[in-house]
Design a protein around this ligand. Structure first.
Ligand code: GDG
Length: 498
């Protein structure tokens, strides 16, 4: 259902399947359960459809199989309050290690983000992946009826459709990949490449963030399944697989603009913005907000900033970088190494450039609450969003939506999915090109006000037109075979245009 309650209706229920449930369950010492609802654009956009179709959300609530029965009873009681059913899938500590930290985050995540050397192709991880996908499918099969539409999310659950077909489930099946799909040479390194690709072909619709990802997928098909016919062009391609037709579409995910633009105007945030501006008197704030992850390119960004300060000394004392690094996957050793590397670089920049009355870099390792995050988006003159590879990158879109003064400049990596939509008005960089990043920082900080405003206005309009509600409608319409979905224009980024 669109934001205004129109379009995208399906006959059956929507069943959403994701690794994590959009809520946090906790148990008090007396055994009583407590539920905290999740937030975020995806949940906000999907919940109305779940309520409208009396749908179900299935996922792992962070509990073991032993805890799940008890929790499911509690979740059942909460269905009325939530407006839709929630079913938990329990995972043992070993499954959490081997499936989640193992196959998902030490094989698929690094490989699909172009870091094959970070992969640990341990076969135990693959077996755990199959086992957990099987377990998810059991719960889904228990819920599903003919006529339902089952929408599976992300790289943790690529094999669920295949498992469901083995169980004879006839509901239509959609899959959306939130992360990039790798190029053929990288994908072919995966020891289970054929199994993964075949599993994906069990869906009726496979959604990608950008044309780049879908093109990679098609190249992998050509290598491993040349018998699959690929037809059409535009947003949804048709794949003919042994008499079955399925779709491969491009659906760039977005945000609920009102979750950012609205609070950005609130007295609480406005007051915090005013304070931030006084804390950085006469200076431009350059903002970085990234989860601690090698795909986000934080050390490269810091090198670029450092070079900008030395190559363009007129920036010194006129800008400060505020870099938030959000803790993530702390159980994986590589993330510790990266944190130390970031802290070393922050120390170097501080040591080299700090003067009385000017701190060149404010580094924070932690998490801000929403108002604090939005206040920083609004107060910043420049956002430095330079992932080495990213499915989409919502921070870029959130920054634009919260930039109420309309004069923020977005520096965006050409390897982020968001580039396809924002390429005309962001300053694009190749994050590996440290000199290019330094130059972009200088350009952003010296851009005339009129140009900043014009660019930001166009980006805000684009994000407003293609928001998270548009995304949900687009995907569901394509899954229903609605023709308009195919006719929608597709943003494609080619470096030759940069
Ligand atoms: C995956 C794909 C794709 C960050 N710091 C704080 C905070 N955040 C929120 C942001 C944003 C989200 O986290 C990060 O989203 P991204 O899109 O940037 O990246 P991933 O987490 O890697 O997400 C990505 C996405 O899925 C959706 O499909 O775009 O490519 O990798 O929403 O606001 N939120 C709060 N405090 C923080 O300190 N409250």
């Amino acid at each position: 259902m669109g934001k205004d309650g129109e379009t995208g209706s399906t006959d059956g229920r929507l069943i959403v399947v994701s690794n994590r449930l959009p809520l946090v369950l906790s148990q008090a010492s007396g055994g009583a359960w407590h539920l905290e609802r999740g937030s975020g654009g995806l949940v906000t956009a999907i919940e109305p459809v779940l309520k409208d179709t009396q749908g179900v959300w299935i996922g792992w609530p962070g509990l073991t199989p032993e805890q799940i029965r008890d929790a499911d009873e509690f979740l059942d009681q909460k269905s009325d309050e939530l407006g839709y059913r929630v079913r938990g899938v329990g995972l043992s500590p070993k499954q959490q290690d081997d499936f989640y930290l193992g196959f998902a985050n030490q094989i698929i995540w690094p490989l699909f983000h172009d870091f094959p050397t970070q992969c640990n192709f341990d076969p135990t991880f693959w077996h755990a992946y199959q086992e957990v996908n099987h377990r998810f499918a059991e719960v889904v099969a228990d819920e599903a009826r003919d006529g339902d539409f089952i929408w599976v999310h992300d790289y943790h659950l690529m094999s669920v459709a295949e498992e469901l077909h083995e169980k004879g489930v006839k509901s239509r099946l959609g899959f959306f990949l939130h992360i990039p799909f790798p190029s053929r040479d990288l994908f072919l390194k995966l020891p289970w490449r054929r199994e993964v690709l075949e599993a994906l072909l069990h869906y009726d619709l496979i959604g990608f963030q950008s044309d780049r990802d879908r093109t990679n997928f098609v190249h992998c098909l050509q290598a491993l399944r040349p018998d699959v016919k690929v037809e059409g062009r535009g947003r949804v391609l048709k794949l003919e697989v042994q008499g079955r037709t399925l779709g491969a579409g491009v659906f760039p995910i977005s945000i609920d603009v009102d979750e950012f633009a609205g609070p950005a105007r609130s007295p609480q945030v406005s007051e915090r913005v005013a304070r931030l501006w006084t804390e950085f008197p006469g200076r431009k704030v350059i903002l970085g907000v990234d989860r601690l992850d090698y795909s986000k390119g934080i050390p490269h960004k810091l090198e670029g900033y450092r070079l900008a300060l030395s190559r363009y000394p007129e920036l010194q004392e006129k800008v400060s970088l505020v870099q938030l690094v959000v803790p993530s996957r702390e159980d994986i050793p590589e993330y510790h190494r990266m944190k130390r590397e970031i802290e070393r670089l922050v120390g170097q920049i501080s040591g080299e450039f700090t003067r009385p009355g000017w701190v060149p870099i404010h580094y924070q390792y932690g998490r801000w609450d929403r108002p604090e995050l939005i206040a920083h988006y609004r107060a910043a003159s420049v956002a430095l969003v330079t992932p080495l590879k990213d499915g989409m990158n919502l921070v870029a879109k959130e920054f634009c939506s919260a930039s109420l003064e309309g004069n923020g400049v977005l520096i965006l990596s050409e390897h982020a999915g968001a580039t396809a939509q924002l390429q005309e008005d962001a300053i694009l960089v190749n994050p590996y090109d440290v000199e290019g990043v330094a130059e972009a920082i200088h350009r952003a900080c010296t851009m005339p006000d009129r140009e900043r405003k014009d660019r930001m206005q166009r980006m805000r309009r684009k994000i407003q037109n293609e928001d998270i509600y548009w995304w949900v409608d687009c995907f569901r319409n394509a899954a229903n075979g609605v023709e308009e979905a195919e006719a929608l224009p597709l943003d494609v980024y080619l470096p030759s245009r940069a």
